[in-house]
Unconditional design. Structure first.
Length: 659
């Protein structure tokens, strides 16, 4: 058995090979070996054999079938599956409560972020909400040039992008091609589905320009059977004049809703409160009332302190309000309320329609009502007083269906300043997220994700709902550092990138929430750990050792880029190992070397040079679950050889690796 320390791969997973492995598990005869362009053997799928496995008749060639297709779909699939050699670098100075927060903010291209986070958040996100570009001719699409052989892409992704920003405009003059938009959204949705928990729910805002395409591509990714609903959201009020010579004025947008698995999801249905205290009543006739002026209205009273409520049938909540405060209510009545509350007494007595109700006192329930005559020959109504004598029923709830129409026009009109940031472009109101989340069975510790974070509404929502309800949610936000147009108030306020707006909105919203009244069960986590996507911390020789000459090795003894810190290395290790990126991190000096403790002993790391056997033994004494060293960091070859044996003797359960 070799004593060589296993090395971390330091790049995102190769999903193509993972998919082939899954097919091999189901259909072993459909996976074979094939030589790549480099001459090396790789696993490959025999598609003819796979088609035959999935057919009950002889497959001779291509057959017509129902499916979604567009120019560039194959390239988009390669884009989704291709690995990248990138990393996440911590930005402490832009974070809030970096060492303790459970919230993440990723700055960079969301496709790259989704690739990097695959192993860490696989199946762990309860709710995803996104507000992607609508492809209106005034927004942006992400152009991802990943349609290359894996080795070519690997080499390219290790270098600085010569073209810089990959955000390109998709103007009207370009035809607003649907294929471009589909190629942008498809790989992101494929990766996003992997993040959802089995009972997770996905929401995406869109307008009618791409609604049909978004629904089709979501059917392709999630499965049509997992399409739960499409919300219609009223986002603006009707105008009195035509806009841009359009015959039809757009006042609504849509939100598609998909489950990871309809069989596992259990939505929260709203309930209508029918709860009330139903009493036996003693009813007696009383005299004529006096008419007085009260609150600008003429009301009938029997004695000082009592009042009438004209033509009202109080709801259960109104009953309790009248009982507690004596509030005057207006409304209509059919008499049903008092037939219920009198235990059928009114109906049994043949009394007529209820017209007036009286409530008296703060500590008793005393209703008086007047009924008009219904019996033939009757000419005069009577006044009665009802006093409860015994409770019959309490607390009755009725489930209601989830309504998929929401009138949020006022909220959209007023959300421009929410979070303390003046931002107009596509900003979504907090109430929208609250309405959507109300059907998701969220629990303490659940993660809510938004990889088109924009102005930061989703992250704001997780804090806001926590302060009100005590629910401790974790937010995961991703936003590309897109330029803010220079001719806007936002730019003049000092924000040059959209991601800067997102971070500042979360800071201000969190501080404002803490200044108000907070639920005692809420953990008051208004922080966020900022991580920025960057090229790998590892030098090119790490990924292409066979292309490095003997002479190059002398100048590349250390395979880590010189401008990277130990904390940079730590986060790439966390990514590679799939360790939670929000775990608390402690830095200590042990025998003169810097050692990172992630959640105490979940992972330990030391990237210093000159590591001795004594230090290795002391670290092994902590019995960490995982430990990582720099491959070139040991004091001598003998120490490097002995590391595995030391841990095997002192902490045999520890997983030991090197970079």
């Amino acid at each position: 058995m070799s004593n060589e320390i296993e090395k971390l791969k330091m790049h995102s997973p190769d999903l193509t090979q993972d998919n082939i492995a899954n097919i091999r598990a189901l259909f072993p005869s459909c996976v074979t070996e094939a030589a790549g362009e480099d001459g090396k053997l790789r696993l490959a799928v025999d598609f003819d054999q796979l088609r035959q496995e999935l057919s009950d008749s002889i497959v001779e060639g291509p057959q017509e079938r129902y499916h979604l297709n567009w120019p560039g779909k194959r390239e988009a699939l390669i884009t989704a599956n291709a690995p990248i050699a990138k990393t996440l670098r911590p930005a402490r100075n832009e974070s809030v409560d970096f060492d303790t927060t459970q919230n993440l903010f990723i700055e960079g291209d969301n496709l790259e972020a989704l690739k990097l986070l695959q192993e860490t958040y696989l199946g762990k996100v309860k709710m995803i909400y996104i507000d992607p570009p609508y492809n209106t001719g005034k927004d942006f699409v992400y152009r991802d040039n990943f349609a290359e052989q894996t080795d070519e892409y690997f080499e390219r992704s290790n270098q600085t992008d010569g073209e810089g920003n990959r955000l390109v405009s998709n103007p009207t003059s370009n035809g607003r091609f649907h294929s471009d938009w589909l190629s942008m959204i498809y790989p992101r949705l494929r990766l996003a589905r992997n993040f959802l928990a089995d009972d997770g729910v996905f929401f995406a805002s869109i307008d009618d320009n791409e609604l049909s395409n978004l629904t089709k591509v979501c059917d392709d990714v999630f499965g049509h059977e997992n399409h739960l609903a499409t919300y219609t959201i009223k986002v603006r009020y009707e105008g009195k004049t035509l806009v841009e010579d359009m015959l039809f004025q757009k006042v609504v947008e849509n939100i598609v809703v998909y489950a990871k698995s309809r069989a596992h999801v259990s939505l929260v249905q709203p309930t209508e409160d029918y709860s009330y205290d139903k009493f036996e009543w003693n009813v007696s006739e009383v005299g004529e009332p006096q008419t007085i002026e009260l609150g600008g209205k003429r009301v009938d009273v029997f004695e000082p302190g009592s009042f009438s409520i004209n033509k009202v049938e109080p709801s259960a909540s109104a009953l309790k309000e009248i009982w507690a405060t004596g509030t005057i209510l207006d409304g209509n009545s059919s008499g049903r309320f008092f037939r219920d509350y009198l235990g059928g007494r009114a109906a049994d007595d043949g009394l007529g329609v209820l017209y007036k109700v009286w409530g008296i006192g703060d500590d008793q329930l005393d209703y008086r009502y007047f009924t008009g005559p219904k019996r033939e020959g009757a000419t005069k109504g009577k006044y009665y007083q009802g006093v409860p004598s015994g409770k019959l029923e309490t607390d009755s709830l009725k489930q209601k269906p989830i309504v998929t129409y929401l009138d949020l026009a006022a909220d959209f009109g007023n959300c421009r300043h929410e979070g303390g940031i003046d931002f107009r472009s596509g900003k979504k109101p907090l109430r929208l997220l609250k309405e959507l989340a109300s059907i998701v069975p969220l629990s303490d510790g659940d993660t809510v994700m938004d990889f088109f974070a924009g102005s930061g509404t989703t992250a704001h929502f997780t804090m806001d709902i926590g302060s009100a309800s005590g629910l401790n949610l974790n937010s995961l936000s991703v936003q590309i550092p897109e330029d803010v147009p220079e001719d806007t108030e936002t730019y003049r306020a000092g924000f040059q990138k959209i991601s800067d707006i997102t971070k500042e909105r979360i800071r201000r919203a969190g501080q404002k929430i803490l200044e108000g009244e907070c639920h005692p069960d809420w953990n008051k986590d208004v922080g966020f750990r900022v991580l920025k996507i960057d090229s790998s911390n590892m030098a090119d020789v790490f990924y292409t050792p066979d292309q490095t000459s003997q002479a190059d090795l002398l100048s590349r003894v250390d395979n880590i880029k010189p401008d990277r810190t130990a904390e940079d290395l730590l986060f790439q290790v966390l990514l590679d190992w799939g360790v939670d990126l929000t775990l608390p991190i402690r830095r200590e000096t042990v025998q003169g070397k810097t050692v990172f403790f992630v959640a105490d002993t979940a992972l330990m790391a030391c990237f210093d040079d000159g590591i001795s056997e004594d230090l290795v033994k002391e670290l092994a004494g902590h019995a960490p679950m995982r430990i990582v060293f720099k491959d070139t960091g040991f004091a001598d070859d003998q120490t490097k050889i002995n590391v595995r044996q030391i841990f095997k003797a002192i902490s045999p359960e520890t997983e030991v690796k090197a970079i």
